[in-house]
Design a binder for this molecule. Structure first.
Ligand SMILES: Cc1cc2nc3c(=O)[nH]c(=O)nc-3n(C[C@H](O)[C@H](O)[C@H](O)COP(=O)(O)O)c2cc1C
Length: 350
């Protein structure tokens, strides 16, 4: 399979492991993926949630933990592959996370859940690679034009995220249903725009697609469409190296068809998660938010249905019934835990 080239960086296998917060993709998973020649991505969503001073010193705890996870992932990777960090646009202290990535030697920042309009400004003067996540040609046009006009910056990679992805989605709930099994035309339209834009700026921009990529055939299908890589998350949860609690992985293995549902998240976007006790019973009954972690720029603890940080911490700690368990649309197809090496071999076999 062709390698993924991002400027002077090279990943031997064209697989990006999608960032997964909170605590699902940290150094163990990201390092293992990079070691096999792919792009391993650490999530910057509350990375310090296990630090002893997290509740009293949240910002510093997050920075300390992210710095440590980047260094650990690089050590595990042993000079192979690429180490990235996923930063959600909606988080507070976005600029601080960007600086932390630069200072600690991350290779690339991949940023979505909103359009990362100011990412180049925060990363100015650094050679770190920058990649926006987009779900439509309109979003792609907006972010590429803005970066070029305001910062004279061309994305080093663009990730297209489709409606089958896990976590937050860049679509309205009704669009998800409409486009779920019918997204290739949208991908082609975005690819065509990126090709024209690349010609205009005189720089090749590699493009990845993520959302429901499950099998070796899927990988081949998207590469044959002209994509340079695929971004995969759900399948990497069911690996030994994934940083999630074993009960989180087990919940994926137990999932049946129809268990992945669209939920409204306090981030203000729809998301895809398992339809568990938390979604079916706890949220509709109403949850009083007693503690605010100040994690999102636009969040009012008085009006949100639940605290997303708390709901995601519960998942990371294995308290699955009381958690928001993000997952991709194909979660029911997962039936065993494997290793990152085996999974990458399966996905990339010729
Ligand atoms: C458990 C989980 C957590 C996720 N968290 C994030 C996140 O913090 N930021 C983000 O941009 N995407 C997040 N995603 C989306 C993934 O990075 C990825 O793009 C998407 O899930 C790919 O689709 P797939 O899961 O079908 O492979 C998450 C996905 C999952 C399954």
């Amino acid at each position: 399979m062709k390698k993924l080239v991002i400027g002077e960086l090279e990943a031997k296998v064209p697989i990006i492991q999608g960032g997964m917060g909170v605590g699902i993709s940290l150094s163990s998973l990201a390092g293992a993926v990079a070691k096999e020649g792919g792009v391993g991505v650490i999530s910057a969503a509350q990375p310090g949630f296990r630090e002893p001073d997290f509740y009293t010193n949240t910002k510093q705890a997050n920075m300390r933990a992210l710095a440590r996870e980047i260094k650990k992932a690089k050590e595990i990777a042993g000079g192979n592959g690429i180490i990235g960090v996923n930063i959600m646009v909606a988080v507070t202290n976005y600029e601080g996370f960007v600086q932390c990535c630069i200072e600690n030697g991350a290779d690339i920042i991949i940023s979505g859940a909103g359009l990362p309009m100011d990412l180049p400004k925060y990363a100015q003067g650094s050679s770190i690679k920058l990649a926006p996540i987009v779900s439509s040609v309109k979003a792609c046009k907006v972010v590429t034009s803005r970066w070029l006009k305001k910062n004279n910056k061309v994305p080093d990679l663009i990730v297209i995220e489709g409606p089958k992805a896990g976590g937050h989605l860049g679509f309205k709930a009704e669009e998800v249903a409409e486009k779920k099994d019918n997204f290739d035309a949208d991908i082609k339209e975005i690819l065509q725009y990126i090709e024209e834009f690349s010609k205009q700026v005189g720089k090749k921009i590699p493009v990845a697609f993520g959302g429901g990529v499950f099998s070796n055939e899927d990988v081949k299908h998207y590469l044959s469409m002209g994509l340079d890589a695929v971004q995969i998350a759900t399948r990497f949860v069911a690996t030994e190296e994934c940083d999630a609690d074993i009960r989180f992985k087990q919940a994926y293995i137990n999932a049946k068809k129809g268990d992945a549902v669209i939920v409204q998240s306090p981030v203000g976007m729809p998301g895809r998660a398992l339809n568990n006790h938390f979604i079916k019973d706890t949220v509709p009954a109403g949850i009083k938010v007693t503690r605010c972690f100040n994690c999102l720029v636009h969040c009012d603890p008085k009006t949100i249905p639940y605290c997303i940080s708390k709901a995601l911490f519960n998942g990371a700690n294995g308290d699955i019934d009381d958690a928001l368990v993000f997952c991709g649309d194909n979660v029911d197809r997962i039936n065993k835990i494997t290793t990152v090496k085996e999974l990458i071999q399966e996905l990339t076999a010729e």
